[in-house]
Write a protein that binds this ligand. Structure first.
Ligand SMILES: Cc1ncc(COP(=O)(O)O)c(C=O)c1O
Length: 191
């Protein structure tokens, strides 16, 4: 910590973690320093906390083009990945039991996939090229009518590259191809 304060080292690990942005610290400080209400409590402090959380949720939803009901705050990445992957997989378990992921996912994803593999799901891991990009064609080819979920990171935590959305190797293109294949009956049954 002293080394960090002295300013002498050059920190090059922003993929792993960054200092707190002063604007974030300023926004949080009223709650850390006094506004401690439980947002589920039905008194003034609780109601104020609830309003702050609802306001933050609406801001995040607006930023992502989502609705507030779709935003769930978690304690961090591992919890979020567990919720999203296990939730999506189990909700489709009756019809589909195949999951596609990439070979370069964080353990917070790969371990969840392993957990689901032990519970009857099959997992396909897509490789990456020398730039660390997923091969969209390989992912599209891996999709079957049994595919319940494709879970691929947006940005890699080791090398910092962005894997998909908005690039040539486009994840939304994969979703589109999958949808078209389903619709055209290329997996056996059209709809
Ligand atoms: C890509 C990625 N996913 C998940 C995690 C796990 O996040 P957390 O430590 O918040 O549980 C990390 C942590 O560095 C990460 O880099």
């Amino acid at each position: 910590m002293d080394a960090y304060k002295s300013g002498s080292p050059i920190y090059l690990d922003y993929n792993a973690t960054t200092p707190v942005d002063p604007r974030v610290a300023a926004a949080m400080s009223p709650f850390l320093e006094g506004g401690f209400g439980n947002p589920s409590s039905n008194h003034l402090l609780g109601i104020a906390a609830r309003q702050s959380i609802d306001g933050a949720r609406a801001q995040v939803a607006h930023m992502l083009g989502a609705s507030s009901e779709e935003i769930i705050f978690t304690s961090g990445g591992t919890e979020a990945n567990n919720h999203a992957i296990i939730g999506a997989a189990l909700s489709r378990r009756q019809e589909r039991t195949h999951i596609i992921t990439s070979a370069v996912e964080h353990p917070a994803v790969l371990e969840v996939c392993k957990h689901l593999q032990g519970r009857g799901f099959s997992i396909t891991k897509i490789g990456v090229d020398k730039f660390g990009m997923v091969d969209a064609d390989e992912a599209i080819a891996a999709m079957t009518q049994d595919t319940a979920l494709v879970t691929i990171m947006l940005a890699n935590n080791e090398v910092g590259n962005r894997l998909g959305i908005g690039y040539r190797n486009n994840l939304s293109l994969m979703a589109y191809e999958y949808e078209s294949n389903l619709r055209n009956g290329n997996y056996g049954h059209g709809y």
